[in-house]
Design a protein. Structure first.
Length: 370
């Protein structure tokens, strides 16, 4: 493959501010990817997922197909705010490429494209392939997971092309996650003259932190983290308002149901007399676990790795992806089919240049073997 051409495409994608909320930038990336797929002669549809996010893109070689042999999934958005590209645009050194979203997951989008570009005509004729690119994965795919789920139900298998781990491992399991916002409404009062008339939302928040943390079961991998804590107006005013964001991670979906139920009960009971607690669910991704059918897909990937000379290893990871949603539907799903990278969601994000071509060959071999 011509790496100069690859990097020219990658540079174009990375050098666009496209955090999920920067919908204009996400739409620009969507337009570039749509044009690249049309250039391959594929049928491309732009999907309106609502005003709050950019568009999705669906590309397929068989637009009349009711079933797909494989659904390939990647996301168009990043976590970075507008202005990040101006601070640290795409760059390269002898072994790595850098820039916002270079591994998570602009290189994954190109991995799909380049794998198909080199796929033999006989396989393209034989297989029904769909490529779904969504605009809001980094905020939980709230607006796109139903669309991707419907495509997954029409597919034999799903391959998600997030980056391979730093050691080259692919991903066969991911923790589920759920996000909530907690708002506490108390009663303001002068902290010196008549504190007894106040009801502190901050005290309720402090009590909530202790009670909610007690719901964790680290031995089972169930963790809870409260962050983004805010409250009050001044030190001499009993706080009438406070808020916090809650992140829950779990390996077992039954654990999510336990924590969710107990969390609602705690908030209904309240954490301090006179203070009302409002719990608002924000996001939810079920845990991704390997089924018996997924184990067969794992064996196929390992065989493809042996044929291509690419060592295959697997990890179960704490972060979520669109693989969580499709696996929960019972569709055999694996993840990590992008090039090797690390430092996701940080200025240290990088892509291992030497991994690009082997990982494209691996994905192409897996698709062909289907």
């Amino acid at each position: 493959m011509n790496l100069d051409n690859y990097f020219a495409e990658l540079r174009q994608l990375v050098n666009i501010d496209c955090g999920t909320q920067t919908t204009q930038g996400v739409a620009q990336v969507a337009g570039i990817m749509a044009d690249l797929w049309r250039g391959e002669g594929w049928h491309v549809t732009t999907v309106d997922l609502g005003e709050q996010v950019g568009p999705g893109v669906l590309a397929t070689n068989k637009p009349a197909a009711s079933q797909y042999d494989v659904l390939l999934v990647g996301h168009l958005d990043t976590v970075f705010p507008e202005g990040t590209v101006a601070q640290r645009p795409f760059s390269q050194d002898e072994t790595r490429a850098y820039g916002p979203g270079v591994s998570d997951m602009k290189s994954g989008l190109l991995n799909i494209l380049w794998a198909i570009r080199g796929l033999a005509a006989e396989h393209q004729q034989r297989l029904s392939i769909a490529v779904a690119m969504n605009p809001d994965e980094e905020t939980g795919s709230v607006h796109s997971h139903q669309w991707i789920g419907e495509l997954a139900k029409q597919s034999r298998v799903v391959l998600v092309c997030e980056a391979a781990r730093a050691d080259g491992s692919l991903v066969k399991a991911r923790k589920g996650m759920a996000g909530y916002r907690l708002n506490f409404t108390g009663v303001a009062a002068h902290a010196g003259n008549e504190p007894e008339k106040g009801r502190s939302a901050i005290t309720a928040l402090a009590n909530a932190i202790l009670s909610i943390n007690a719901l964790a079961k680290p031995g089972l991998g169930t963790t809870l983290n409260l962050g983004g804590v805010k409250g009050g107006d001044a030190a001499n005013v009993v706080a009438a308002h406070a808020s916090a964001e809650l992140d829950i991670r779990f390996w077992d979906n039954d654990e999510y149901h336990r924590v969710n139920s107990q969390l609602h009960t705690l908030c209904e009971q309240g954490f301090l007399a006179g203070v009302t607690t409002t719990l608002t669910p924000l996001t939810h991704k079920p845990a991704m676990a390997a089924s018996q059918d997924t184990e067969k897909l794992i064996a196929l990937v390992e065989q493809a790795g042996e044929q291509e000379g690419v060592p295959i290893s697997w990890q179960a990871v704490g972060g979520g992806s669109d693989a969580n949603h499709t696996a929960a539907l019972g569709i055999p799903t694996l993840d990590g089919f992008g090039p090797i990278g690390a430092g996701f969601h940080s200025p240290a994000e990088y892509l291992e240049t030497a991994s690009i071509e082997p990982r494209i060959r691996l994905l192409r071999r897996v698709i062909a073997t289907l």
